[in-house]
Design a protein around this ligand. Sequence first.
Ligand SMILES: NC(=O)c1ccc[n+]([C@@H]2O[C@H](COP(=O)([O-])OP(=O)(O)OC[C@H]3O[C@@H](n4cnc5c(N)ncnc54)[C@H](O)[C@@H]3O)[C@@H](O)[C@H]2O)c1
Length: 401
Amino acid sequence: MAQVVARRSAAPAEGRNTMTRRSIGIIVNGVTGRMGYRQHLVRSLLAIREQGGVPLTDGTSIWPEPVLVGRNETRLREIAERHGLTDWTTDLSAALARDDVEIYFDAQVTQQREKAIRRALEAGKHVYTEKPLAEDTEGALDLARAARAAGVRTGVVQDKLFLPGLRKLKRLIDGGFFGRILSVRGEFGYWVFEGDWQPAQRPSWNYRAEDGGGIVVDMFPHWQYVLEELFGRVRTVSCVTATHVPQRVDESGRTYPATADDAAYGIFELDGGVVAQLNSSWCVRVHRDELVEFQVDGTEGSAVAGLRGCRVQHRAVTPKPVWNPDLPVTEAFRSQWTEVPDNEEFDNGFKVQWEAFLRHVVAGEPFPWDFLAGARGVQLAELGLRSAREGARLDVPELDL
Ligand SMILES: NC(=O)c1ccc[n+]([C@@H]2O[C@H](COP(=O)([O-])OP(=O)(O)OC[C@H]3O[C@@H](n4cnc5c(N)ncnc54)[C@H](O)[C@@H]3O)[C@@H](O)[C@H]2O)c1
């Protein structure tokens, strides 16, 4: 891997030797974490280098130069060496002071994000970040205002939009397959081990409210952009949350009280009367084809989309079940759906969005998923939690700068 990167650093990728390379320094803060390392460094920035950069129409190729930033020198050096990289530091201020660094990217734990982004904005950097943008709506809007005042470009990760299953769903919507869309039912989740007899597969801070954890804060920012981009603006939210597993064991074997919600049962009313009901849970065992699935029912047809697959049933081939508990089921319901073909190649969603952000920064191409869009995700999480606390259905006001 290191050798491949080094060789391609020296010579443009095959077939692109007429391209001019436009290097762009990118701070990757939180690169030792799950998302920072796998999805953003390896699957996005290094994958972009392996393909020869991001091509622009004028023949230029954008070439990301990652500057790895974190708190632990040993882990940073180890990651850098593993991938043939040399630029890493534990000193964020020094990295932000560099002229050859144009973008600050943040994949730290959520609680550290706002103050780090503020520093990046003060240093005049463009900023791209994992979600949620901040811990509360006011903080998120404040960042959006500060970015506007600084005249820099911003972006927030909205990776689910680029999942093959959701891209197929969008294609069906755009093609008018559903007629009038009535409802969306989403099931997201899987069993996250408690950490006692088997290690947990998510970081323990996710289960502590005081450390920025909780499934509402984690998932509602995703649901906000998925609902809005596919079906319509979210007008109201009602939510019930639970902490089903009250005690867990952390990475170092210590038992801790789980203070954050580990399941959320939400109902969202959207523009046009669409009702979306989304369950999110780390305390559910999977009896589905994928870890997330959305069923969309419309007057003309229905679809069930997952991360990758999408199946449909048109009104013309809809069976007519009759409720009779005295008789065994005679229909093989699952077999009555048709798989939607790929019809295109789907790349890693994080990488696709990185490419769009880089084109936005370098060539001014449109990029709708900015800090204001990110603030809407934070707002929905905040209102979801408030709805659960108050037992109320809440309006979702429009946000503006
Ligand atoms: N887009 C998605 O699908 C998705 C999925 C999971 C997580 N996330 C988001 O990504 C972010 C990171 O999540 P993760 O699962 O990778 O977590 P993680 O715990 O694996 O990584 C967190 C990173 O932050 C660093 N960190 C921890 N405490 C810190 C502190 N006090 N100060 C500075 N740095 C600190 C860690 O060293 C690590 O590099 C979160 O904001 C989360 O919401 C997004």
